[in-house]
Design a protein around this ligand. Structure first.
Ligand code: BES
Ligand code: MN
Ligand code: MN
Length: 456
């Protein structure tokens, strides 16, 4: 639509400046040292929503970080889209690996470098600017509600409570999220699902204190060695996860469905070169696309124990620990998987050590129904601005709250992400392409237009 194009061309630089201002706020949800910044970021999001044309915007306090809720209801008879996003970001460390400050955004090679640029400030902000485009050109075709939270990166526990307590206020026809990736701007894709997650922490304790490794080593079990053995035993020679019952509920895809998934372009040589690895790894019998989309996995996210400082210290540590997560697929239940993990970890522990297993958080997997009118609207919107229909893909990451949107609000979710897997999410030098940012702002109004038309 020409009016949208004209409006966006005129306001392009301001859209970017506003995003850069948001990126300068270090809204790290995991670190309580940043609580004030998280709150300041929520207030900034509220202001931007009001300026963009929302009628009512509220910063809703929770037991943790606040949720920003805003809406514009033009006509109760029209459909309502609930836009979800998150203004919190992952911690920036290790800082020394960044080429520029994580909260001092710079534009280099047409990309915005900053923590949160792709995940998710740059992406949810496209919705704010798309909304502004529609309100300022008097073309908003439906009602819009915004729910932008501050705890996605730490598990969304308080958003779960908020949803249960605000069912009336959150009434809508569909949820729209831009917090995932597409294949590339040349090969746009639409995620049709997300994996679930179960996040655990284990602690292995040996002797009641750190010991001299020469005086005691050899006679007392070393918890670091035991932990490594236990972790290593959790994959077999085919890289299957060995926890009994782990695969029991995993939904197998038909031959046709697998063929369709694998039809997406994937260049293994390029993938390896980008990551600096000589060989890929994974569950036998599945392709990389399947291993990261439709198969469950188990990963060590961090492991520590004993002396890790400068130089050397001869010590047999008293404790060793690890943070272990499992990505889940339909129809695995994250609570059940967490229990299976715990029981297995306790069972395989030798008597020479004591074990503590705790669950951090989790979430269920999600699959988007591709026959839903909102999926069709997203497909058509992408076709309108990219000139190509999107390739359906399964996303490997997790947004645990999506399953709750369905369970608590009865709403389906459309995952219309504009990032790239190579945007360094959760890594140093996170980036988001300017072209991705502007393409998103251009595409989103079409989603609302087509969704309103298809809802008639
Ligand atoms: N935006 C990501 C999820 C994502 C990224 C999905 C790329 C698909 C493709 C989200 O912010 C995230 O990082 N989620 C966490 C889970 C959360 C409970 C910490 C994840 O996937 O590890
Ligand atoms: Mn995200
Ligand atoms: Mn994230």
């Amino acid at each position: 639509m020409q009016v949208w194009k004209d409006y966006q061309a005129k306001n392009k630089d301001r859209f970017l400046d506003e995003l850069l201002a948001l990126l300068r706020i270090p809204s790290v949800s995991a670190d309580s040292g940043y609580s004030k910044d998280v709150k300041a970021c929520a207030e900034a999001v509220k202001q931007r929503l009001l300026e963009a044309g929302a009628d009512k915007v509220e910063v809703c306090p929770t037991a943790g970080h606040p949720i920003v809720y805003g809406e514009k209801i033009i006509d109760k008879a029209l459909p309502t889209v609930l836009v979800y996003g998150h203004y919190d970001v992952q911690p920036a460390d290790p800082l020394e690996l960044w080429d520029s400050g994580p909260f001092e955004p710079v534009i280099k090679d047409d990309k915005i470098y900053a923590r949160g640029s792709a995940d998710d400030k740059g992406q949810f902000y496209m919705h704010v600017k798309a909304f502004e485009t529609m309100t300022q050109t008097n073309t908003l075709p439906c009602n819009i509600k915004f729910m932008i939270e501050g705890e996605e990166e730490v598990g969304s526990a308080n958003l779960g409570i908020f949803i249960k307590e605000n069912k009336e206020r959150l009434k809508a026809d569909v949820v729209l999220i831009s917090d995932t990736s597409m294949l590339s701007l040349e090969n746009p894709s639409l995620d049709t699902g997300l994996r679930g997650l179960s996040y655990m922490e284990v602690e292995v304790t040996g002797p009641n204190r750190d010991l001299h490794s020469g005086v005691y080593g050899g006679a007392v079990a070393n918890p670091a060695t035991i932990l490594c053995q236990m972790i290593a035993s959790m994959h077999d020679e085919n890289n299957h996860v060995t926890i009994p019952g782990f695969y029991d509920k995993v939904q197998d895809l038909s031959k046709e469905e697998r063929a369709a998934l694998n039809a997406a372009p994937f260049d293994e040589a390029e993938y390896k070169a980008d990551l600096g690895v000589d060989e890929l790894w994974g569950e036998k019998g599945y392709t990389p696309i399947e291993r990261t989309g439709i198969r469950p996995t188990l990963e060590v996210n961090g492991i520590w124990g004993g002396y890790t400082g400068e130089g050397s210290k001869t010590v047999l540590p008293s404790k060793a620990s690890a943070k272990i997560s499992m990505r889940l697929v339909p129809n695995q239940d994250w609570i059940e998987i967490s229990e299976l993990f715990k029981a297995h970890f306790e069972k395989i522990a030798p008597k020479s050590v004591k074990i503590k297993v705790t669950t951090h958080h989790g979430g269920s997997p999600y699959v988007t129904p591709i026959d839903h009118i909102a999926f069709k609207a997203a497909s058509e919107a992408i076709k309108a601005t990219f000139g190509k229909s999107p390739i359906p893909m399964r996303g490997g990451g997790s947004i645990p709250i999506v399953a709750l949107f369905e369970k608590e609000l009865g709403l389906k979710t459309i995952l219309m992400g504009f990032g790239l897997d190579s945007d360094n999410l959760h890594s140093p030098n996170e980036k988001y392409g300017l072209a991705n940012f502007y393409k998103g702002i251009e595409t989103i109004p079409y989603f609302h237009k087509y969704f309103a038309e298809l809802s008639k």
